[in-house]
Design a protein around this ligand. Structure first.
Ligand code: COA
Length: 127
């Protein structure tokens, strides 16, 4: 909500969907004033019949970007996908984050497109 709704202006009803209940969620916490505070998150959807799963809702607290929290969350989701036998992971990257996913090995697929009025590109990681 802080990143996609408040910061990026996406409608909350588009952010919260029924898939949340079926996803594996990774959350990174930082300790502030002796309290665990969530600072980064992402979700892994169930795989389809071809063993392709999807990652989405990758978000890091604005003040803590560039400190590896995003990569920590992404790697945790990728480990979980591999461990359960998924064969590849697809995601719709905001174009501004393409380089982040490239560094993790994702490769762009197809043309850029708009999703919730934000430019995106499909990216896939196979192993
Ligand atoms: C995209 C996002 C999740 C990245 O998380 P982060 O914690 O800032 O990234 P990290 O610090 O883990 O970066 C890991 C690597 O990716 C690089 N990187 C991070 N963001 C990048 C970007 N937007 N473009 C290019 N490279 C990027 C880092 O430089 C780092 O590279 P290195 O390993 O060579 O040092 C975060 O910036 C974010 O929440 N953005 C707003 C929401 C968003 O766009 N989510 C993605 C929706 S698809």
């Amino acid at each position: 909500m802080a990143v996609f709704v408040q910061e990026q202006g996406i409608a909350p009803e588009l952010e919260i969907d029924a898939l949340d209940a079926q996803c594996l969620h990774a959350v990174a916490y930082k300790i502030y004033n002796r309290q665990d505070t969530p600072v980064a998150t992402g979700r892994l959807l169930p795989a389809d019949a071809d063993g392709c799963s999807r990652i989405g809702r990758m978000a890091v607290d604005h003040a803590l970007r560039g400190r590896n929290y995003g990569r920590l969350v992404l790697d945790a989701l990728l480990r979980a996908a591999r461990a359960r036998g998924d064969r590849s992971v697809l995601l719709h990257a905001q174009c501004s984050a393409e380089g982040f996913y490239r560094r993790a090995g994702f490769v762009p697929e197809g043309e850029r497109f708009d999703e919730v009025d934000i430019p995106h590109i499909a990216m896939r990681l196979r192993w």
